[in-house]
Design a protein around this ligand. Structure first.
Ligand code: PRP
Ligand code: HPA
Length: 178
């Protein structure tokens, strides 16, 4: 409902000039500290994704873990972490992606996805879409199909929604900020 979405949106603090001048940082730690807002967030995701045939939930380090793990638990699905380099102990595949300045890499355990998996990607926030594109590529390289991506927050002006849609991935975002 509208009041649920307002509860969630109003729980997200805005921090001007973090991490640098001119950026309005949307801070989900204040949502996590508000139990009614956190419960409403996970419930909205459960309602969207229960009984839809997903076989796995992926959360991307680090804030994707916070929302992805309770969702996987409630849906009764495996939770799979995508991590920053060198953190996963077994055999991995790696995917690099462009940042505004420079590049970064994400990794996935090779045995975490099998051919035919239907995968839900979860992260706290969609900005340029680089993180979620790299995560989807890791899934597809192992034969899985990342059909959907769920975010608490989208910043549509940064282009991520279009980028993810162009990959054929369906986006759900609970709230938007300009
Ligand atoms: C933030 C956020 C998303 C990503 C969104 O993570 O949690 O994962 O950036 O940006 P994008 O759509 O432009 O890729 P960050 O890299 O800051 O890592 P953290 O979650 O470990 O803080
Ligand atoms: N908040 C949190 N993470 C982010 C943001 C933001 O405003 N922009 C890019 N990553």
């Amino acid at each position: 409902t509208d009041s649920t979405m307002s509860l969630i949106k109003d729980s997200i603090a805005t921090v001007p000039d973090y991490p640098k001048a001119g950026i309005m940082f949307r801070d989900v730690t204040s949502l996590l500290a508000n139990p009614a807002a956190f419960q409403a967030t996970i419930e909205a995701f459960i309602n969207a994704y229960k009984d839809k045939g997903f076989t796995k939930v992926i959360g991307t380090e680090s804030r994707g873990f916070i929302f992805g793990a309770p969702l996987a638990y409630e849906l009764g699905l495996p939770f799979i972490p995508v991590r920053k380099p060198g953190k996963l102990p077994r055999e991995t595949i790696s995917q690099s992606y462009q940042l505004e300045y420079g590049q970064d890499t994400l990794e996935l355990h090779t045995d975490a996805i099998v051919a035919g998996d239907k995968v839900l990607l979860v992260d706290d926030l969609l900005a340029t879409g680089g993180t979620i594109e790299a995560t989807a590529k890791l899934v597809e390289r192992l034969g899985g199909h990342a059909t959907d991506a769920a975010f608490v927050v989208s910043l549509p002006e940064l282009g991520g929604e279009k980028r993810v849609a162009d990959l054929g991935i369906k986006v759900l975002k609970l709230v938007e900020f300009e």
